[in-house]
Ligand binder design. Structure first.
Ligand SMILES: [Fe+2]
Length: 150
């Protein structure tokens, strides 16, 4: 994530381990990962601090949107760990805001974002997948997935 000769090689990549199997959640997570990539690219290309701060706002707003989207889905399927999961989201938004001022540089903030994304996805979001599988829930019946033509 530091300065590089080949930005493409340094891109944060999507891994199978991140997949919840819920099309919309996976789609929104992929967008989130790409926002972090755009942010890293901007850091490596020495964008002005003012513009980097605007990218942080974009990431924060997107995180807020995505959390509400995911929470709405959990509510619809009566997900048993909803309260704990929502608390995790809330704490992260608070921490993101704090860390924005605490981080020594933009790179450190980007690393924190990525680490948080990986940890939360593979440890918490993946539990939604398990709940769906164990209870044979048909996601499509909740009109949650987005019908986006490719
Ligand atoms: Fe989540």
């Amino acid at each position: 994530m530091t300065t590089t000769t080949n930005d493409n090689e340094k891109r944060l990549k999507w891994h199978k381990a991140y997949e919840t199997g819920i099309e919309r959640i996976d789609f929104e997570h992929k967008v989130f990962l790409e926002l972090i990539n755009s942010f890293c690219y901007a850091i490596n290309n020495q964008l002005a601090a003012k513009d980097l701060s605007r990218l942080i706002s974009e990431i924060e707003k997107y995180a807020e949107f995505h959390f509400i989207s995911e929470e709405n889905f959990m509510r619809r399927i009566n997900y048993p760990d909803y309260n704990k999961h929502q608390k995790d989201h809330f704490e992260l938004l608070e921490y993101l805001n704090l860390y924005k001022h605490k981080a020594e540089d933009f790179g450190q903030y980007a690393r924190f974002l990525h680490q948080w994304f990986v940890n939360h996805t593979i440890h918490e979001d993946i539990k939604i997948k398990t709940f769906i599988q164990e209870n044979n829930i048909d996601v499509d019946q909740y009109y949650y997935n987005l019908n986006i033509s490719k």
